[in-house]
Design a protein around this ligand. Structure first.
Ligand SMILES: NC(=O)c1ccc[n+]([C@@H]2O[C@H](COP(=O)([O-])OP(=O)(O)OC[C@H]3O[C@@H](n4cnc5c(N)ncnc54)[C@H](O)[C@@H]3O)[C@@H](O)[C@H]2O)c1
Length: 254
């Protein structure tokens, strides 16, 4: 098992939702965790809350993952404070909304690619360099989506970018296997979070719930803790690499 106690993990998008679920799961197991997020206020709030429990095992860094220089700075800050990088969770992400016929479709896709694909790529590039430096291996978990496995209408940006994340994960897993750095991708189903709630999804929220076999009679989608648990499994299991793990309450089984 890859024991995260005293190890250093960066979680992008760590101030909210699935990223925050991963942050809490890592902290509970004794890791030192960097909450890296674009939303500086949310970073400050989560760091203040979590420091009460986990003391100096938490660091907050404001970052725009779509900006390579900013990402380099995030990794430098991590090393300055905690000395090394052992794990990376790429959870920062944005949604999309256009059909192929919409006027704004190209800008919509570009934005999703900038954050969901290039953002994760920049983070991996600089985190991997640190893992290689200490030579003890490491683990990367990308967060894609069930929309990285199946298609949906209006999905050029979101489905396109999430399929790319799944593909890139497999390439990185093969690139990095000789260095004992494992790379996997979590594909969550609908999960209560900043991106998925009644305000952001409106009436679609109830429809989304009804699409999950596990929702039948339970009236729920996933929660961030369930995704944090999946991220931990993917970090800890030393024989797992190059895999897309779908945690979706049965959505893609239908
Ligand atoms: N919630 C779902 O139903 C669901 C399902 C499948 C996949 N996902 C994926 O899970 C990941 C987390 O989403 P969530 O649902 O927890 O949403 P969320 O909105 O709660 O969290 C996303 C976080 O990413 C941050 N972020 C956005 N752009 C950023 C950038 N450029 N740089 C740094 N941080 C940035 C936001 O500030 C936010 O804190 C995303 O990649 C999303 O696509 C979510």
């Amino acid at each position: 098992m890859f024991d995260v106690k005293e190890k250093v993990a960066i979680v992008t998008g760590g101030a909210s939702g699935i990223g925050l679920g991963a942050v809490e799961a890592l902290l509970k197991k004794g890791a030192k965790v960097v909450i890296a997020d674009y939303n500086g206020d949310a970073v400050d709030a989560q760091v203040a809350r979590l420091k009460e429990i986990y003391n100096n095992n938490v660091l907050g860094v404001k970052v725009d993952v779509s900006n390579e220089e900013c990402v380099k700075n995030m990794v430098d800050e991590t090393v300055k404070t905690f000395g090394r990088v052992d794990a990376l969770v790429n959870s920062a992400g944005v949604a999309g909304r256009c059909t192929i016929e919409d006027e704004d479709v190209v800008a919509d896709v570009k934005r999703a690619m900038d954050v969901n694909v290039n953002g994760g790529l920049y983070c991996a590039k600089y985190a991997v360099a640190e893992m290689v430096k200490h030579g003890e291996g490491g683990a990367i978990v990308n967060v894609a989506s069930i929309m990285g496995i199946v298609g949906t209408a209006n999905g050029s940006a979101y489905n396109g970018s999430k399929h790319a994340v799944v593909g890139m994960t497999k390439a990185w897993a093969l690139d990095l296997a000789p260095k004992n750095i494992r790379v996997n991708v979590l594909c969550p189903g609908y999960t209560d979070s900043g991106m998925c709630n009644t305000n952001t999804l409106g009436a679609f929220y109830d429809y989304a719930k009804s699409m999950h076999p596990l929702a039948a009679g339970l009236d729920r989608i996933a929660n961030a803790e369930e995704m944090g648990h999946a991220v931990m499994f993917m970090i800890e299991n030393t024989y797992l690499t190059g895999q897309a793990i779908i945690v979706d309450g049965g959505y893609t089984t239908k």
